[in-house]
Design a protein around this ligand. Structure first.
Ligand SMILES: [Ca+2]
Length: 351
């Protein structure tokens, strides 16, 4: 088991192996757009919220009535890990925060481990992390109910859809639902997913990590599976609307094939983000989970709903885009000038 690591919610984003030059450009970019960034207080604007965190040795979980976590099914709580399912067939387990979350901007770090005796492709089914209206409703979606209301992150370790060979498994994906969508296991949830990435998380010697950030309508999923203390972006999408007052949870299931699905910790950080008076006056508990898929997740730069990226990596991407646009304009101008000159010369010949 890997030693407990202190992970900084904001700092961790800048550790993505970005070169020095990138940092200089990024700094210039940040200075230029300081007004946009003024809503982020500083790099330490993170606060661990203990009432929404599940941390070793899981004091009171399952034994105390005042515990902030409930569990169900095959879940086994030890002092070192919470095992949602053992490496046995047809098991389902879950663990749920009993305290609804009223934070508007948050980041959840999940430390987990999926391991078992099954050889390549002979293991399943995976873990899901939830932020949903209802809690402790067992069902067919990784041990939780279908037609859920809220957000789900799936760490799917078994490929059901044999036509979907364009992606490798394990596959991490996100889904937001207002209760009207069903999760399609046969297609590994492809028809309802917002995005995803492949991640080799199984049978590692070390623990693996997933960060889920929701801030100002933007959902960002980062993974750290190589034990290098570096986040890699998996999903980044704007226009996501989630209410406050929902519950965090984790669940897992096995079928004909199995794995140990262990949660080591779930750490919830509050992000200190300012909102406009209109946003603040709104009743956030009444928001219906939705995603505006009409716009590209990548171009929310001046989105009035505040979906501007707040992580340096994407600031850098935006800078690159602007640079490309500028270069494009210069190239067009040069080509235009040359064509114009050639034409002038040709016209002269006619006179
Ligand atoms: Ca699957």
């Amino acid at each position: 088991m890997a030693p407990e690591r202190k992970r900084s919610a904001f700092l961790s984003y800048s550790q993505g192996g970005v070169c020095k030059m990138c940092h200089i450009f990024l700094l210039l970019w940040l200075l230029h757009f300081s007004s946009v960034y003024s809503d982020i207080t500083d790099g330490n604007a993170e606060h661990l919220k203990r009432e929404h965190s599940l941390i070793k040795p899981y004091q009171g979980v399952g034994t105390s009535s005042s515990s902030q976590w409930d569990f169900w099914g095959s879940t086994l709580v030890t002092s070192q890990y919470v095992r949602l399912t053992p490496d046995e067939r047809s098991k389902q387990g879950s663990i749920w925060n009993t305290v609804p979350c009223y934070l508007k901007d948050w980041e959840m770090h999940v430390q987990f481990k999926v391991h078992g005796s099954g050889k390549k492709n002979l293991h399943g089914d995976g873990i899901a992390i939830w932020y949903t209206k209802e809690r402790l409703h067992p069902g067919p979606v990784f041990g939780n109910q279908d037609h859920f209301v809220g957000l789900a992150i799936f760490v799917d370790t078994f490929r059901n859809d044999l036509h979907g060979m364009d992606r490798s498994f394990p596959y991490i994906s996100a889904m937001v639902s207002n209760g009207s969508f069903a999760y399609d296991h046969g297609k590994d949830g492809r028809s309802t997913e917002l995005g995803g990435c492949s991640a080799e998380i199984r049978n590692k010697d070390h623990d693996t990590y997933l960060a889920i950030r929701y801030s100002k309508g933007r959902l960002t999923i980062m993974v750290d599976v190589d034990d290098r203390n570096e986040w890699k972006e998996c999903i980044d999408i704007g226009g996501v609307r989630l209410p406050t007052g929902y519950y965090f949870g984790a669940s897992a299931a096995t079928g004909d094939l199995s794995d140990n699905h262990d949660i080591i910790s779930m750490k919830m950080y509050q992000l200190m983000v300012e909102h406009t008076p209109e946003e603040d006056s709104q009743d956030w508990t009444k928001i219906e989970p939705s995603v505006s898929l009409l716009k590209s997740p990548k171009d929310n730069i001046d989105d009035p709903t505040g979906n501007f990226r707040s992580t340096p990596l994407t600031g850098w991407k935006v800078f690159l885009l602007l640079l490309c646009a500028l270069l494009g304009i210069v190239v067009c101008a040069v080509v235009g000038a040359v064509v114009f000159q050639k034409r002038q010369e040709r016209n002269k010949r006619f006179y």
